[in-house]
Ligand binder design. Sequence first.
Ligand code: NAD
Length: 236
Amino acid sequence: MLKKWLDEANYTVVFTGAGMSTESGLPDFRSSNQGLWRQKDPSEIASTDALNTNVNEFIEFYRERVLGVKEYLPHKGHYILAEWEKQSNIQSIITQNVDGFHQLAGSNRVAELHGTLQELHCQRCGKIYDSNEYVKKEYHCNCGGVLRPSIVLFGETLPEEAFQLALSEAQKADLFIVLGSSLSVTPANQFPLIAKESGAKLVIVNQEKTEMDLYADQVVNDRKIGELLQELNISI
Ligand code: NAD
């Protein structure tokens, strides 16, 4: 079914979550066996409160995450999506991921709803730095402000440009494919519904059930994303 819809669609938008990158080796947040949040309480550490009141623990947590992302690479599935964009088989990617793997694999039209761990910026003056500063244990800007990852923390709003791109892409889509998201984070999880309401077919590929499954035209629970994309890639 998905193969046929991919062939027929004029405007396909892919929406990815942490499950897109587990086959690269990066753990997701909510899987029952090994999700990241099992080890730490997100609202305590990944928050503006922690940045303001507990900056050492905040930096320690994010240095580990920056190093974690640098240990891994995009997998075959990321490269297939980048190739599909070049061939106009898909038009864009909306991602909740902060690993930057879609761009590393060559995708260009990517709305990073939750920002990126590949970049830091000064909390005081906004100057942008490469995340290698954290690797080198450099945590301050020339102005004296704290360097923080350019991701959306609990207590912050989504970046306006990424949000607007995601909104217009969801509205334009006639096929909207979710890959590896529990669809439990608001407002990101509204985009599949916006696409559906705007007339798109909705496909959810996720190893666990999601609350949005009832709105989907097809749900795939029994496939790994990387394997499924490789199979579709052969027949496309
Ligand atoms: P999530 O952890 O809530 O859900 C991931 C889902 O992917 C799970 O339901 C799991 O069953 C499924 N999954 C895992 N591996 C899969 C595979 N190989 N094939 C098919 N399904 C698979 O993640 P989410 O919905 O993206 O939301 C959590 C938040 O986590 C987001 O805000 C995101 O920014 C953040 N996050 C990002 C990364 C990353 O950038 N790689 C990693 C962890 C968390």
